[in-house]
Design a protein around this ligand. Structure first.
Ligand code: PGU
Length: 411
């Protein structure tokens, strides 16, 4: 008799972003003629840069000719196109980080790897997360059976590491013993960026406890302050205890195109397994369950990592950072308390006025100013009383949203 994976029944609510879309749709159905500005989900809006567009076009043309046609990737380990892994290795070299080709695994974006990676670890692993955090880490852990049940606020087996105004939105390593630690810097949703010293404390913790850090660097191109680390591997010893997951989504506008990568260092050690084992079982997992990212898309990604590609895409990143500045300033002028983000990150983390609950404020700003934000409590219990504003959007919409908040939101 077939049965469902009953872990799905433990998910406390619908996934955050479809839940928001549902509420916005209900609002629009009730208010015909009203239009809203969406600064909720972190979805890119600006076109791909010209160099990426022509790389994509020429990759399509290659597929139209038997002399240049290619099918499954030649590199059976990762299904990367020629030179793709080398380009990622070079990208790390620019940060003085040394990575080998065989440590690079191409993906169709960060989200799938962040969830799938859990399948290579023991099913009694204890997961630790920053709180608030990108909801996919916790939901993927629930589906993998690692969390126990929820009391409506927290899952019994998950270690929540509160990020708040007292610790500047980056936690210390937990007192309890975690096996898998999700860290995200620049952070979603708070926009806080970990310092070297803060990451070093986690690397030390992980090495001491034989834990693995899953470091999500999806927003690292937004770090313009050179004192701040962009990769966990900038910290000595991290290649023994950390996996890094990255994406072209927020750097090159590939949210719909889909491309990313993960680094599984050969030196990575886990309890009871020799160095190289995690790398080889992830390789085995990917060969069995994944046939790579589209070769067309990888050609676009390859250009995005070239010097000209970096130049063009940093223009895109700076466009969104300028949006973040406009939002930050506008909210502060309105008298709202911006507590984090918006400088080295595309998210602005704001306290709700008068201690309002996050979802109540979501409804208020939607109905009064017709602006969609993301309620902080959707990212975890410590997000209650805050909301996240995304800087991804057309400039004119961002300006309109700020104007509307200024003129219509009643504080
Ligand atoms: N990691 C983090 C920290 C993210 O915030 C997001 C997207 C991803 C990974 C996904 O990257 P891909 O490479 O595109 O798979 N976060 C957005 C979109 C919502 C979602 O559920 O992915 C956000 O608004 O938080």
């Amino acid at each position: 008799m077939a049965k469902i994976n009953s872990n799905y029944n433990k998910l406390a609510a619908g996934y955050l972003f479809p839940e928001i879309s549902k509420r916005v749709k209900i609002f629009l159905d009730k208010n015909p003629g009203v239009s809203v500005i969406r600064l909720g989900i972190g979805n890119t809006t600006e076109p791909l840069v010209p160099g990426v567009v022509s790389a994509l076009h020429s990759a399509v043309d290659k597929l139209a000719d038997s002399k240049t046609y290619s099918g499954y990737g030649d590199d059976l380990a990762t299904y990367a196109i020629p030179n793709f892994r080398e380009a990622i290795v070079d990208y790390y070299k620019r940060m003085n980080v040394s990575i080998e080709n065989e440590e690079v695994f191409v993906s169709d974006g960060a989200k799938s790897d962040l969830g799938n990676l859990l399948s290579i670890f023991s099913n009694d692993s204890i997961v630790a997360v920053q709180d608030p955090t990108y909801p996919a880490y916790v939901d993927a852990s629930v589906i993998s059976g690692l969390t126990g049940t929820s009391n409506g606020q927290q899952y019994a087996k998950v270690i929540y590491m509160p990020c708040n105004e007292k610790n500047n939105f980056f936690p210390e390593p937990p007192k309890a013993k975690a096996d898998l630690i999700f860290l995200c810097s620049p952070n979603n949703p708070t926009g806080a960026v970990a310092s070297r010293a803060q990451l070093k404390a986690f690397v030390e913790y992980a090495r001491k406890n034989k834990a693995v850090i899953i470091f999500d660097a999806a927003y690292n191109w937004y770090v313009s302050d050179s004192a701040l680390p962009k990769s966990i591997y900038e910290i000595e010893g991290a290649s023994e205890c950390a996996i890094e997951v990255n994406s072209f989504s927020k750097y090159a506008g590939f949210t719909g195109v889909r491309l990313g990568w993960s680094i599984i260092p050969k030196k990575l050690m886990v309890d009871g397994s020799e160095a190289g084992k995690v790398n080889s079982i992830w390789n085995r997992r990917q060969c069995t369950l994944f046939n790579g990212a589209s070769n067309i898309v990888q050609a676009g990604g390859l250009f995005a990592l070239s010097p000209q590609g970096v130049k063009e895409n940093l223009g895109l990143v700076n466009y969104y950072l300028e949006n973040a500045k406009i939002i930050r300033r506008g909210l502060e002028e309105k008298g709202l308390k911006v507590v984090s983000g918006g400088t080295n990150a595309p998210y602005i983390w704001v306290r709700t006025p008068k201690g309002m609950k996050s979802w109540d404020f979501f409804d208020k700003i939607l109905s009064e100013a017709n602006v969609v934000v993301t309620p902080g409590s959707g990212f975890g219990p410590s997000g209650e009383g805050y909301f996240r504003v995304s800087a991804f959007g057309h400039r004119e919409n961002v300006i309109k949203a700020v104007e509307s908040i200024r003129n219509k939101l009643k504080l």
